[in-house]
Write a protein that binds this ligand. Sequence first.
Ligand code: F6P
Length: 320
Amino acid sequence: MVRKIGVLTSGGDAPGMNAAIRSVTRIALNNGVEVVGVHDGYRGLLEGNFEPLTRHDVSDILDRGGTKLGSARLPEFREEEIQNACVKNMQREGIDALVVIGGDGSYRGALALTKKGINCIGLPGTIDNDIPGTDFTIGFDTALHTCVENVDKLRDTSSSHHRCSIVEVMGNHCGDLALYTAISCGAEMVITPETGYDELEVLEQLRYLGAAVQKNHAIVIISEKICDVDALAKKVSLQTNFSGRATVLGHIQRGGSPTPTDRILASRMGEKAVDLLMEGIGGQCVGIIDNVISAMPIQEALERPRQSRKHLYRLFDRLV
Ligand code: F6P
């Protein structure tokens, strides 16, 4: 029987992580299970940085971005000695199960701890929407809203000045944030790891839009880690009818009050995590698939290909 559940947030923070912490805490406490917050992700497990959580401790956080518990990346967690030290700390604290809110790296940690006898459940918390085993991650919807709000503003000034705005959005190696933003904002072009990148083709297309189609402005949404957007903007100014400007949205995409969709998603996922742990189940990750909250073994999720977005890329092409 589970008596004390730990909860931690790991990797890049995401809006809605607090809603997930609140959900795990309230639902566990309402079932007579104690809850311990672990500060700064796996680092807190290693350093024994624990804090018992009451229902009052998770008041007034539902609407806050970031994570109350703090987050960190700890690549050393791959080492077995570090994992053993964490298990010891948890045993000393009486933590017999753990909810890990984070990305796929965090899932691997959760799987390793489950194999060492501490049941763990992973919740997908990242703005990148790049976690297998779920259609959407906690934080993606809020980040998308931030991107859309900012690109809409850029469109105003771009059309006043006959400009091409090249907007770099996050996503790590996943194009979802760029694709969903591009569709939502009626962008002229989207470049992601899935579309590939050919600079000559991009410039050719912009020349066509500026000269043949006589577009007043052009918005290009590009995923991070693809090219130097400042250099591309300079080439656009030199080689097309548009003057080019680059905007890197950066870490503002990670902040802000979570949207209702993210708050509800996080609350539903937190509920599922506690239910699984109370049934004595570990090594699983929670997802939302076709709007149904579900769970699958972490190993299986990590091996699965991500759901194809081909239909959305096709839609984008048909809308341009
Ligand atoms: O994983 C979330 C994310 O924001 C990615 O989109 C981005 O590549 C990365 O984290 C940035 O990491 P950091 O905050 O460590 O610079």
